[in-house]
Design a protein around this ligand. Structure first.
Ligand code: SF4
Ligand SMILES: [Zn+2]
Length: 367
């Protein structure tokens, strides 16, 4: 457990004015249309029951999240003004019209917090619930500090069950504050307790190798973070390899305070979390190729991760006749990942094929 103390004094992220510094590093924002989601796709996921269910994910276009986390790039596909009333139900209609079937599970991910009133107007909760009454299980995302009465109210409107995904990121005591998440582990535990008491499911997003951690520490802290999430009542943790591309992380790449994890590190973290047998461990396979340096074994490594996600059993290791060490190196693609579930198509196909990936923008990370 060693933070990069040797470079701490030269950090480009100021302890004060951290938010302003993060914003100042940003590349340009994408143009988005409030009448359309910025993405949607079908996938399969292992449910808490152990069944493999059909799942749809709609990436809603809405006002930017009020926080400014160091590693976040979700703001790129958000509005700068409050989301107009009625826009979210229209976006859901748009996506559902093209799915052609009613998936059992539905993720409404909104690049922020579903319970942020500027992002999702509470006056739209009823219209949203009406449109998704087919779903037996609905998952939304939220910052822990926005979990509360609105969460319960929305859950009461649904026909199926509700689950809230929260970005825990890491429990590392010196890294979490520097991510600018502006919550404590107590805040996370309190939100989880509220959800549990209201029979609302919990999922946690965990970063594999966040900034300021060495590669050798990444698995240990991903597992510690998963253990904390499970202890708080999470039934699933999504392990998201940390990617550059939002400006701030690219700056930290230059200064040596961040490098994306190797593919092998993600594999080891997922294996270790699945082996805990305390809940589902789901490895994010979005744009996984950017963590690999070996074209020979990469397809098998991706299939292995997908198989682990679905089976929740550690799979046999991947041998490489190309004699690589199994260690990947990122190309630093500015694309962030999804939920740790398994897509019906390969991620890059989904991203490029409008039949599978209906979007005007890039995929996203959920944290
Ligand atoms: S990581 Fe989550 S909480 Fe942080 S700025 Fe991005 S959307 Fe908001
Ligand atoms: Zn190889």
């Amino acid at each position: 457990m060693t933070v990069l103390n040797s470079v701490a004094s030269t950090l480009p992220v100021p302890e004060r004015d951290r938010t302003a510094w993060i914003v100042s590093q940003r590349p340009p924002r994408a143009t988005v249309d409030p009448s359309k989601p910025y993405g949607f796709f079908l996938e399969q996921e292992r449910a808490a029951s152990g069944r493999i269910v059909s799942s749809a994910c709609i990436l809603l276009t809405n006002k930017e999240c009020p926080w400014r986390c160091l590693m976040c790039d979700l703001w790129q596909h958000t509005l700068t003004q409050p989301t107009p009333l009625g826009a979210i139900p229209r976006q859901i209609d748009h996506a559902l019209a093209q799915f052609g079937s009613a998936p059992e599970q539905l993720k409404l991910y909104n690049a922020g917090s579903f319970f942020d009133v500027a992002a999702i107007p509470p006056a739209d909760y009823g219209a949203i619930a009406d449109r998704i009454s087919f779903a037996r299980h609905v998952i939304v995302e939220s910052h822990p500090r926005l979990v509360g009465e609105r969460t319960r109210r929305f859950g009461d409107l649904l026909s199926g069950s509700l689950e809230v995904a929260m970005g825990l990121e890491t429990v590392h005591p010196r890294v979490l504050p520097r991510l600018n998440k502006k919550f404590s582990l107590d805040d996370f535990a309190r939100a989880a307790d509220f959800l549990s008491r209201n029979n609302i499911g919990i999922r946690a997003f965990i970063l594999v190798k966040p900034p300021f951690l060495r590669e050798a520490e990444a698995v240990e802290w991903a597992v510690k973070s998963a253990e904390f999430a499970f202890a708080c009542g999470a039934s699933a943790v999504s392990l998201i390899p940390t990617r550059p591309g939002n400006g701030a992380l690219d700056r930290l790449v230059q200064t040596g305070e961040f490098s994306p994890p190797r593919l092998e590190t993600l594999e080891q973290a997922l294996d270790a979390v699945v082996a805990l047998k305390r809940g589902r461990g789901l490895g994010d396979t979005w744009n996984l190729e950017c963590f690999s340096s070996c074209a020979v074994c990469f397809p098998r490594r991706r299939r292995r991760l997908e198989a682990t996600n679905l089976a929740q059993e550690v799979q046999p290791p991947t041998e490489c006749e190309g004699n690589c060490s199994g260690v990947g190196q990122t190309s630093g693609l500015p694309v962030h990942g999804a939920s740790g579930s398994v897509s019906l198509g390969a991620p890059q196909r989904r991203a490029r094929d409008p039949a599978n990936w209906q979007t005007g923008g890039l995929p996203h990370v959920l944290t």
